[in-house]
Write a protein that binds this ligand. Structure first.
Ligand code: XMP
Length: 497
């Protein structure tokens, strides 16, 4: 029998493969529209109980999201997800840092005691970076309040005098539950800038300051919980129930089970245990197929999609396994939609156009690492290479990142001393980008443009109304700037960095 006329079989059948697409394979089909991009509403749900004003998350990576970037993400309406390469105390204090950053009532109040000298209190306030302090006795009962204005004349003529002499003893206080508006009214009426919060025995429990209220006003679009604190996401390993409980207790709003292959059945068992042990929403990932979604959607508050699309990922070349991201998102979203569970598209997004394509494929929000790694708020310092500024960006499965944490995300044990890690990521650098606010503005603005081209006012409407066309490689070339020499860098486009 001739070779090519052999009957079909088990292995030749495998070659009749389904097609899987990614960002560059598709474009959004333009449609009739009355939607002006600036008016498109990008608010969304990131998990069953958590809403965002901006459908963007920063990746749980040690060169992307620690407290500082998470605070800025939430202030801009999105969500930062703290990475796992921190020990437990560190991550708990980062969660507390985010939750406290914009709280109305300050809890770590700098206080003075009545028998300190004015000089001591002046130095103490300067060290702590505050310009006033409630004066309390040993039981925390509020006796007065002292400010820079009270202190100034004493510094000239009597800096050894006791605080009780210099303080204002008629203190205007409020109780727990005071709103920003009520506190402002008190400040206005009594011409003061601080209102101590007391319990029913006049003991200090917190402080509201004019500065904090004004700062909160600046971020009208911020993603906040019911108490007005910024939202905070945290990545935990599938077998880290204790860590999950600790960050949950610290106030995390969404936990992300962080695993490169969440369709591993042990990972699913671990994720289910964690879900049963915490109050926060639990998003499970990463997955890339409908079958994985079916196995997880019953208990998860969100599904995160991405097997190998990330800019620093080498999972697909190292393991030979993966799923082009547009198809992966669509497969998972088909299942998630039947259960009303949100989907997050994680990895591979280079441009705002990729982000809105991911939403068209069925995601409710997108997660990005490389896009934010070059910003001021990302951990690490700016380095200069041949006169150009960069920040470090590395995969969590790179050798360096695994040495700083562990290989758990990749379901790998730590190697014995003589062995080497088998990495699934690389260590790299990203051009320095300036503020996160500027980057996010470009990203969200581009996504809104996409909504305008499709004629959808909201994310749910866009998910329903958008359609794809398939793009040839000639079409891809046509999409990029071509046949020109770019003379001025655009803030939202650079053809491959
Ligand atoms: P981008 O493309 O935004 O992707 O830089 C960020 C996402 O990539 C995933 N990630 C990795 N995947 N090896 C991988 O295969 C790695 O070392 C690695 N580190 C991060 C992760 O999902 C992240 O959000």
């Amino acid at each position: 029998m001739a070779r090519d006329s052999r009957p079909e079989g088990q292995y030749t059948d495998k070659l009749r493969v389904p097609e899987a697409l990614t960002f560059d394979d598709v474009l959004l089909r333009p449609k009739e529209s009355r939607v002006e991009p600036d008016e498109a509403d990008v608010s969304t749900r990131v998990s069953t109980n958590v809403e965002l004003n901006v459908p963007v998350l920063s990746a749980a990576m040690d060169t992307v999201t620690e407290g500082e970037l998470a605070v800025e993400m939430a202030r801009q309406g999105g969500l930062g997800v703290l990475h796992r390469n921190m020990d437990l105390d560190e991550v708990v204090s980062e969660v507390e840092y985010v939750k406290r950053a914009d709280e109305l009532i300050i809890r770590d109040v700098v206080t003075a005691s009545p028998d300190q000298t004015v000089r001591e209190v002046d130095a103490m306030m300067e060290n702590a970076g505050v310009s006033g302090a409630p004066v309390v006795d040993e039981d925390d009962e509020v006796l007065g309040i002292i400010s820079g204005t009270d202190i100034r004349p004493y510094l000239e003529v009597g800096d050894a005098d006791e605080v009780r002499e210099a303080m204002t003893d008629e203190v205007i206080t409020a109780t727990e539950g005071v709103t920003a508006r009520e506190a402002l009214e008190l400040m206005y009426e009594h011409k003061i800038e601080r209102v101590p919060i007391v319990d029913d025995e006049d003991r200090l429990t917190g402080l509201v300051t004019m500065q904090k209220i004004l700062q909160r006003r600046e971020y009208g679009n911020a993603a906040r919980d019911d108490d007005g604190s910024l939202l905070c996401g945290v990545a935990v390993g599938p077998f880290e129930t204790d860590r999950a409980v600790a960050v949950d207790d610290a106030g995390a709003d969404v936990l992300f089970i962080d695993c490169a292959h969440a369709h591993n059945l042990n990972v699913i068992d671990g994720a289910r245990d964690i879900k049963e042990s915490v109050e926060a929403d639990v998003v499970v990932g990463n997955i890339g197929t409908a079958e994985a979604a079916e196995d997880i959607v019953g208990f998860a508050d969100g599904l995160k999609v991405g097997i190998g699309p990330g800019s620093i990922c080498t999972t697909r070349v190292v393991s030979g396994s993966g799923m082009p991201q547009i198809t992966a998102v669509a497969q998972v979203a088909d299942v998630a939609a039947d259960h009303d569970v949100p989907v997050i598209a994680d990895g591979g997004i280079r441009y705002s156009g990729d982000a809105i394509k991911a939403i068209a494929a069925g995601a409710d929000a997108v997660m990005l690492g490389s896009y934010f790694a070059g910003t001021d708020e990302a951990p690490g310092r700016v380095i200069t290479i041949e006169g150009k500024k960069y920040k470090q960006y590395r995969g969590m499965g790179s050798v360096g990142a695994m040495q700083s944490g562990d290989g758990d995300r990749y379901l790998k044990d730590e190697p014995d001393e003589e062995d080497e890690y088998v990495p699934e990521g690389v260590e790299a650098a990203k051009p320095y980008k300036g503020s996160l606010e500027g980057e996010l503005h470009q990203l969200v603005g581009g996504m809104q443009s996409g909504m305008g081209y499709v004629g959808a006012e909201t994310i749910p409407e866009f998910k329903e109304r958008s359609e794809f066309v398939r793009v040839s490689s000639a079409g891809q070339q046509e999409s990029h700037a071509h046949d020109v020499m770019i003379t001025d860098e655009a803030p939202n486009y650079s053809p491959g960095e």
